[in-house]
Design a binder for this molecule. Structure first.
Ligand code: TYD
Length: 395
């Protein structure tokens, strides 16, 4: 297939300034070795696609130190179980072959019992190890044409390819779609979920933008991209994960016609101008207002003598902290459940990351909820905390 996405018109419209790698939680002795890049975003007018202008090499992000484990959220485990039931009901037969791109610790594939017919691709070795230990067939490689070509049993023989919060990480969409083309049966389905541009604009959750999230998709953009490779977007379903996501259903051209539901979503996107740069320019202004508001909030809390800690050292928090200039002068520590992050510091802003025990023993007056997308789960878990919760996104 010919490369048609590279070289498409990209109009830069905003910079978030110098950013470190969102998940590069750092040890004190490495403070002076941090990598930064200019985090500019642009709008690709040919495809109606929101994207980073430039991004670090994937190997810088997805390696043996990758600190994100899907299974760290109980809510996400339930979500992936429901997601597996949805695809089993709609797109699978007995003996169907299934591939997951970016299978992380195997939380999704764990819901499939026929292990000989499933494979996960996971480039980060520490997370892939965890999946392998749980008997999830996992290839510790990037999903690309050269690696999928080695899977002779799966070539042209895979009924379903799934991905969650992964396709937005892949810089080379050409090669990704070529790999899908090599694997899928004639009537096969590609299902993927991603943070949704409409939700990001609505909530002004600009923290969805960081090195790993090269693209923030809308249904319009997904339709335009896949059209170039003779695939059709045939349906889409909003999801409440990651603060608002969309599940996209893609098939080979002319296998199914687009659903009424999809037509309505595409019309709604037109109405709110998600297909033009106009909506991006409004978002840009809202980001500036959000930045001022959260800085003022924190400065006022400090003036009142209040102590502040953060809850969950998310990848998203790296964007907020660096864009807004919030550091250890403002936030004493951030608590988190991830062993790989505890004892380290936030990228660029050097706020210490502590375990949950520390949070219970060193209660702050106010807590900045960085995992605002897990609000229900966290507020329920921490219902004994008597102080104030706040975030840059409405809670
Ligand atoms: P999430 O918002 O899922 O991801 P991202 O890093 O992509 O922004 O947050 C995952 C992080 O939040 C991870 O470091 C674990 C932490 N976390 C907690 O510490 N406690 C919790 O109860 C939950 C749900 C997450």
């Amino acid at each position: 297939m010919k490369c048609k996405i590279t070289g498409a018109q990209l109009k830069p419209f905003m910079t978030f300034g110098k950013m470190p790698i969102a998940n590069a939680f750092v040890k004190k002795e490495n403070f002076d070795k941090e990598f930064f890049f200019e985090m500019q975003v642009g709008f690709n007018e040919d495809l109606s696609l929101f994207q980073l202008n430039d991004h670090p090499k994937p190997e810088k992000m997805f390696n043996k130190h990758y600190p994100f484990f899907t299974g760290s959220s109980e809510f996400m485990k339930v979500h992936f179980k429901d997601y597996a039931n949805f695809v089993k009901k709609n797109y699978l037969n007995t003996n169907s072959k299934v591939i997951e791109i970016g299978s992380n610790d195997g939380t999704f594939l764990n819901n499939f019992s026929d292990k000989k017919n499933i494979i996960g691709f996971e480039p980060s070795s520490n997370v892939a190890d965890k999946a392998q230990k749980n008997n999830i067939p996992t290839i510790n490689e990037f999903f690309n044409t050269s690696n999928v070509s080695k899977l002779s049993n799966f070539l042209g023989n895979t009924d379903l390819i799934c991905a969650s919060n992964v396709i937005c990480h892949v810089p080379n969409l050409n090669n990704l779609i070529e790999s899908i083309d090599l694997l899928l049966t004639k009537s096969g389905t590609f299902v993927f979920e991603e943070p949704y541009l409409g939700s990001m604009f609505d909530k002004v959750s600009y923290d969805q933008i960081y090195d790993e999230h090269i693209f923030i998709f809308s249904a319009t953009a997904v339709k335009n991209i896949f059209k170039k490779y003779n695939f059709d977007l045939v349906d889409a379903f909003p999801q409440n994960t990651h603060g608002g996501s969309m599940r996209y259903i893609v098939k080979r051209e002319k296998i199914s016609s687009p659903s009424h539901n999809l037509k309505r979503i595409l019309e709604d996107e037109k109405k709110i101008k998600l297909d033009t740069i106009e909506s991006c320019l409004i978002f840009k202004e809202k980001c500036k207002i959000s930045k001022e508001k959260i800085k003022n909030k924190i400065i006022n809390l400090k003036k009142e003598g209040k102590s502040i800690c953060g809850y969950a050292a998310t990848s998203k928090s790296t964007t907020v902290l660096n864009y807004c200039g919030i550091n250890v002068d403002h936030i004493d520590y951030i608590c988190d459940t991830t062993i790989e992050k505890i004892g380290k510091y936030t990228p660029g802003t050097h706020i210490p990351i502590k375990n949950m025990d520390y949070f219970y023993k060193n209660q702050a007056d106010s807590v900045y909820l960085f995992a605002w997308n897990h609000k229900n789960e966290i507020l329920q878990k921490e219902k004994d905390f008597k102080g104030e919760w706040f975030s840059h996104v409405a809670l």
